[in-house]
Write a protein that binds this ligand. Structure first.
Ligand SMILES: C[S@@+](CC[C@H](N)C(=O)[O-])C[C@H]1O[C@@H](n2cnc3c(N)ncnc32)[C@H](O)[C@@H]1O
Length: 249
């Protein structure tokens, strides 16, 4: 049992977030969704905002980012710039009208939610012809019960197989669906994570050490999470890949 702060709370308190494949995967997703400066883009589960800001800067698009965690949104707002707005919001009940966005992007978020509800919401808020682009943790081989239980318990994550993700998109009404699934390369991932954190590196780790040294509950929660995380079932990285899924409304 994780104590007072869970997986995302520990991260949101210091403003760290990540997704599999790093910025390389983000760039690939933007290409597949043909994002350009005329688009209005919704980033669902924007976390600390770094990836969303990069999306805005890479393409010049207008962008709204939502995240369920007010602390994450606070961290993201520190980076707001003209053309970008971050608000608290739930992927499962998006507070924007139907047919608002040209593109909806979600990176390592939908697997933490009720997938059918979230993906149906992505469909609802997209304009006709708009693109959805997901980067989601994908089982490369059927998980052992131990692996499945580990992901749910430690991270609250329910990954899917490629077929599973594709069927959610189809059921929500998306067409022209494309996908590519790659194995996880741990070193590339570490480099990708560092690239994502670069914008915020000193603030993130400054906050971490401050909380770790001064807040007992935070320290306890970090120890518990680290203890849980160290009991990773064997062959962890063999099971996981990151999947890019793109469809049109
Ligand atoms: C693994 S992080 C990824 C963050 C960001 N997309 C990135 O690439 O850095 C997952 C994020 O999803 C957010 N999240 C989880 N459930 C959510 C929901 N139902 N609606 C919106 N955001 C959610 C978490 O607060 C967290 O910031």
């Amino acid at each position: 049992m994780i104590s007072m702060y869970g997986y995302f709370e520990i991260q949101s308190k210091i403003g760290i977030t990540k997704h599999l494949g790093g910025l390389e995967a983000t760039r690939e997703l933007l290409k597949l969704c043909k994002v350009d400066d005329s688009d209005y883009v919704l980033v669902v589960g924007c976390g600390n905002g770094v990836s969303a800001i990069k999306i805005h800067r890479f393409t010049g698009c207008r962008l709204a980012g939502i995240d369920i965690s007010p602390e994450m949104v606070e961290r993201a707002r520190e980076k707001e710039e003209p053309g970008v707005q971050f608000v608290v919001g739930d992927a499962e009940d998006i507070d924007f009208p139907d047919n608002t966005f040209d593109v909806v992007i979600s990176e390592s978020v939908t697997g933490f939610t009720d997938k059918m509800r979230s993906i149906s919401e992505y469909h609802r808020v997209l304009k006709s012809g708009g693109y959805v682009g997901l980067n989601e943790v994908t089982w490369l081989v059927d998980p052992s019960p131990e692996m499945d239980e580990y992901c749910r318990r430690v991270m609250g994550l329910e990954a899917e197989t490629r077929e599973g993700w594709l069927s959610f998109l189809e059921e929500a009404g998306f067409k022209d669906i494309k996908s590519s699934v790659g194995a996880m390369n741990q070193w590339k991932q570490v480099i990708g994570d560092l690239e994502l954190q670069r914008m915020d590196f000193f603030r993130i780790w400054g906050r971490f050490f401050h909380l770790y040294l001064h807040e007992r509950e935070y320290r306890k929660s970090v120890h518990q999470l680290a203890g849980e995380a160290l009991h990773i079932p064997r062959g962890f990285s063999r099971y996981f890949g990151y999947g890019l899924y793109v469809g049109r409304k």
